[in-house]
Write a protein that binds this ligand. Structure first.
Ligand code: URA
Length: 458
């Protein structure tokens, strides 16, 4: 039991309290988390509390208490033995979001340690671990001791959560998934941060997605989540910023698994395909903030310049290959990336009319990627590492009827009909050029997060 949890509490009183809109104390939240982990609180009572929390919302203090109680619910990583500042980046998830493969080696090349514990594809969003596992031999499931060895050798390591790390989140997330209580800024914030703070980070950069492919579709909810996470992480002693970034179209040109790895490696090699410019820019901005918060650069702009230098001199690429090798991956597949790409079938989607690509329903595009076999609808489903979509045109581009918009990959041609129909619905072509959407619309530092939470009475 955590030290903060009084023993004389009754779950029913805590459900009633939250139901009636009264905030719980740190001790009361710790009692719920302890009871979830040791099985002393029944799932129906936890579910009732989660629903009350979803409807009433969590205050800033409750979010902080839940984050800390969940962080402390199991094993934790000790970054102090690395002898370096430990920094990570977390994204709330999207389509084609492969910045981790760039920012981890970029920050490591600038002298930081990046202990990154990542997730799998679920629903419309892709998963960092599935993408890495498309590299033959790459092991994402390492013990904390192996994780530390890779970090010592390479400066960066990207792995999956262990069974014993933050067990409270595994239990509560599974209940939220079954009780329609996922989409709550306080619950999401505590869930994400508990796992990140169990990495023992000195600094954290949060990439909170907005737009048609984001998890929280209302910009206001996404901003509340960003501000809550910054305040909660800072109060736990981790320097944190959150960037609100665009997910109104897939990030970069590839959405899938192996094809996303290829796109990231092309950029690490210094190539600059025009359709990947947004990915390159966002990765440098995020890495710039990591390098700044990690104390290596005095401003995020100076951090950006250091990250760009690490891209230009090949040091970040060398770290990426070293990490792949250290985690059992066969880095020789990068000698001929196109040759290794072996989809069962390929289909080009041509434009059905001339005009500008005006809007993209990125959630629907993510679901089309999943239906091609690159993602999963249910946890545990098998995925096809070579499936996915490569976009030939991005939002704002002018295209002629018959011109390729995208190339689809799957294990067999029978899998194309549904995703093609979904893409035709998801991509809107218009006679007028759409207004550009900024890649980064807002940055929450501790000060602006505090102001936001005060204004919103959190
Ligand atoms: N990702 C998480 O880790 N937790 C949530 O609650 C939502 C997204």
């Amino acid at each position: 039991m955590s030290a903060a949890a009084p023993a004389s509490l009754r779950v029913i009183d805590l459900i009633r309290k939250k139901r009636d809109g009264i905030a719980l104390s740190a001790g009361e939240i710790a009692f719920l988390v302890d009871g979830a982990v040791d099985g002393s609180i029944a799932p129906e009572q936890l579910s009732a509390w989660l629903m009350a929390a979803w409807i009433r919302g969590l205050t800033r203090e409750e979010t902080c208490s839940l984050t800390l109680a969940m962080r402390d619910s199991g094993e934790k990583f000790d970054s102090s033995r690395l002898g370096k500042i430990a920094v990570d980046k977390h994204s709330t998830g999207g389509v084609g979001d492969k910045t981790s493969f760039l920012v981890a080696p970029l920050a490591a090349a600038c002298g930081l340690a990046v202990p990154m514990i990542s997730g799998r594809a679920l629903g419309h969003t892709g998963g960092t671990l599935d993408k890495l596992e498309s590299i033959p031999g790459y092991r994402t499931s390492l013990s904390l001791a192996e994780f530390e060895t890779v970090l010592d050798r390479c400066g960066a390591s990207i792995v999956s959560q262990t069974q014993s790390l933050v067990p409270a989140d595994r239990i509560l997330y599974a209940l939220r998934d079954r009780t329609a209580t996922v989409e709550s800024p306080g619950l999401i914030g505590a869930s994400i941060l508990s796992k990140k703070l169990a990495e023992d980070l000195d600094a954290l950069v949060l990439d909170v997605k907005t737009g048609s492919g984001s998890f929280l579709r209302k910009a206001e909810d996404a901003e509340d989540l960003a501000a809550l996470m910054v305040a909660a992480a800072e109060s736990a002693g981790t320097r944190t910023v959150a960037l609100m970034t665009d997910m109104s179209q897939p990030l970069g040109r590839a959405a899938g698994n192996w094809i996303e790895i290829i796109e990231a490696v092309e950029l690490l090699r210094g190539l600059r395909p025009p359709e990947s410019e947004d990915l390159r820019e966002l990765s440098l901005i995020l890495a710039g903030w990591m390098i700044h918060l990690g104390g290596i650069a005095v401003t995020p702009e100076a951090g950006y310049a250091l990250a760009e230098a690490a891209l230009a001199d090949g040091s970040a690429l060398a770290i990426f290959f070293k990490m792949v090798d250290a985690q059992g991956g066969d880095a020789s597949v990068f000698d001929d990336t196109a040759g290794f790409h072996a989809p069962g079938a390929t289909q080009v989607l041509e434009s059905w009319q001339s005009g500008y690509i005006a809007e993209m329903d990125t959630t629907a595009i993510g679901l089309a990627v999943q239906r091609l076999g690159a993602g999963r609808a249910e946890p545990g489903q098998a995925i096809d590492p070579h499936a996915g979509i490569l976009f030939d045109a991005r939002r704002g581009a002018h295209i002629e009827k018959g011109q390729p918009i995208a190339t689809l990959y799957a294990t067999g041609s029978a899998l194309f009909a549904e995703p093609v129909a979904m893409l035709r619905q998801a991509i809107h072509i218009s006679a007028t050029r759409p207004d550009p959407v900024p890649l980064v619309s807002r940055v929450f530092t501790l000060e602006s997060a505090e102001n936001h939470l005060r204004e919103k009475s959190f």
